[in-house]
Design a protein around this ligand. Structure first.
Ligand code: PDD
Length: 283
């Protein structure tokens, strides 16, 4: 496996990062995850814009002369994934410096990227998944795609241990998003999803899905759903780079509808797949 580190493409087992790197000591960095559909980087511009926003919010200087799109394409080529389903991971940390909380005066950001083959979760797409609700224990800047993900990791682990696919995080009584995905429910024929705020990540899949809803005439309310209203949901779904549109058929012990993915979810899922295929064809 060839990875990218600080301007170089090299075998992963030769990549060396200092133990003083602030990613290691403080989780002081930001990241992005994109899908590459047969070499096509899905909605890359939106991912680069969000990466830029995350780095700006963390006051990490965007590394000079670093073309993320070119790095991603080169990694796909070098790893024989240019014609396959893959994910692309990119991370920038504030760099290596002796451990002090405040910013170091002269650290150079560490830039790391890798690609990996990705198998579409086709069985889960067909059958739908279970989610559990958990208290949202994250900070108040969930809009930043920071590598500081411990609350997400703990929530996701708890979901796996409960036999669930994802944990839906609840803050102040509202189900906001998943540990690695956005969340939506259908109530009275209207798709409800939390509005953009500092309490959710502005997901690119969510953005595309809302655009598709508008094209399909599916009514949308960008309004957070109270946890107590989840029992009234006819359908629910997750949006995310790895999930695409993932039907949710069970929330905690509650089965939604007849326990099968609902019609609106199916419609949106198919529209998303069609859109991906169209993007692939266009190259
Ligand atoms: N997670 N919300 C959170 C907390 C996320 O971590 C993610 C993505 C999303 C969906 O965003 P997008 O549609 O842009 O992937 C929402 C990635 C996939 C991850 O951490 O691996």
């Amino acid at each position: 496996m060839t990875v990218y580190l600080n301007g170089e493409f090299l075998p992963k087992d030769q990549a060396r990062i200092s133990p003083d790197d602030r990613a290691f000591l403080f989780a002081d960095g930001a990241y992005e995850v994109l899908r590459a559909y047969r070499g096509h980087l899905f909605r890359a511009c939106e991912h680069w814009d969000r990466f830029d926003c995350s780095l700006k919010a963390l006051r990490i200087a965007s590394p000079a002369n670093t073309d993320f799109a070119a790095i991603a394409s080169e990694l796909l080529k070098r790893n024989n994934l240019a014609d396959a389903e893959a994910i692309v991971y990119l991370q920038v940390s504030r760099g290596a410096a002796p451990r002090k909380h405040a910013f170091p005066a002269d650290a150079t950001p560490t830039v790391y990227a890798y690609v990996a083959p990705f198998a579409n979760p086709v069985e889960k797409w067909a059958a739908g998944v279970k989610v559990i609700t958990l208290p949202d224990q994250r900070w108040a800047r969930c809009d930043i795609k920071s590598i500081s993900l411990l609350p997400n990791v703990l929530a996701n682990q708890q979901a796996q241990e409960a036999g669930a696919h994802e944990a839906v995080l609840v803050r102040d009584g509202f189900a906001l998003e998943g540990s690695l995905s956005n969340f939506a429910v259908v109530l009275d024929g209207v798709l409800h999803t939390a509005p953009r705020s500092n309490y959710i990540l502005p997901g690119i899949t969510r953005l595309v899905a809302l655009g598709l809803c508008s094209a399909l005439g599916i009514p949308v309310k960008e309004f957070p759903v109270a946890e107590t209203d989840l029992k009234c949901a006819a359908e629910a779904m997750l949006f995310g780079t790895t999930n695409e549109v993932m039907p949710v058929v069970q929330i905690n012990d509650l089965k939604l509808g007849d326990g099968q993915p609902g019609p609106l979810t199916r419609q949106l899922q198919q529209a998303f797949r069609n859109y991906v295929e169209e993007c692939q064809r266009r190259g």
